[in-house]
Design a binder for this molecule. Structure first.
Ligand SMILES: [Fe+2]
Length: 192
């Protein structure tokens, strides 16, 4: 199977998950793939693997949101996709790169990334959050958890900081820093 064929196969599986559980919504799904491709070209990573990694990173997010176990979506994503990659005959090295894309898509807490592809995917994920649309999505999510206004603002500020701290690729940093500062200022003014 070529990497383009693998992309098509994984895209189909991931879109089925997204349709079934409503997450990641198509807007966010597409942003991650588009930005992973752009950043991969920027840093010379494998473009198709980065796009597949971006599709896979939150493949179990929808189901975990439905089951109220969002922190488990990384582990569940790896467990879900590993046998599928085996069935598709994906070689061991490529499988590891893709699993690492899922495993480290929220960053590495200062450690080095196991691959440039995992780093690209983690940075691509930030484009879903460090934007006005992404922040509004977060406000709605926090609201669905029953948070009051200040708790909601705090939740969104934490997410903003978490994602800003993940930015390690210069291009992503320069694209998103102004958004980060503007949104942070806005959210701080929303506290009552
Ligand atoms: Fe995630």
């Amino acid at each position: 199977m070529t990497s383009s064929e693998l992309f098509i196969a994984i895209d189909k599986i991931a879109r089925e998950q997204s349709e079934k559980f409503g997450q990641p919504a198509p807007y966010y799904y597409n942003i991650a793939v588009e930005k992973a491709e752009m950043l991969a070209k920027e840093v010379g990573a494998d473009v198709v693997l980065c796009k597949i990694g971006a599709i896979l990173m939150d493949i179990k997010l929808g189901e975990c949101m439905a089951n109220k176990c969002v922190p488990l979506h990384i582990q569940k994503g790896c467990e879900f996709i590993e046998p599928i990659l085996d069935d598709l005959g994906v070689d061991k090295k490529i499988k590891q790169v893709l699993l690492d894309c899922i495993k480290f898509h929220h960053g590495t807490k200062g450690e080095a990334y196991p691959s440039i592809e995992a780093e690209v995917v983690a940075n691509a994920d930030c484009y879903r959050f460090l934007t006005h649309a992404g922040t509004y999505g977060n406000i709605l999510f926090a609201d669905s958890l029953g948070f009051d206004q200040n708790q909601n603002v705090e939740f969104c500020l934490n997410k903003l900081e978490e994602k800003f701290s993940v930015l390690s690729i210069e291009k992503a940093k320069s694209d998103l820093t102004e958004n980060y500062e503007n949104i942070k200022e806005f959210l701080n003014k929303c506290k009552i």
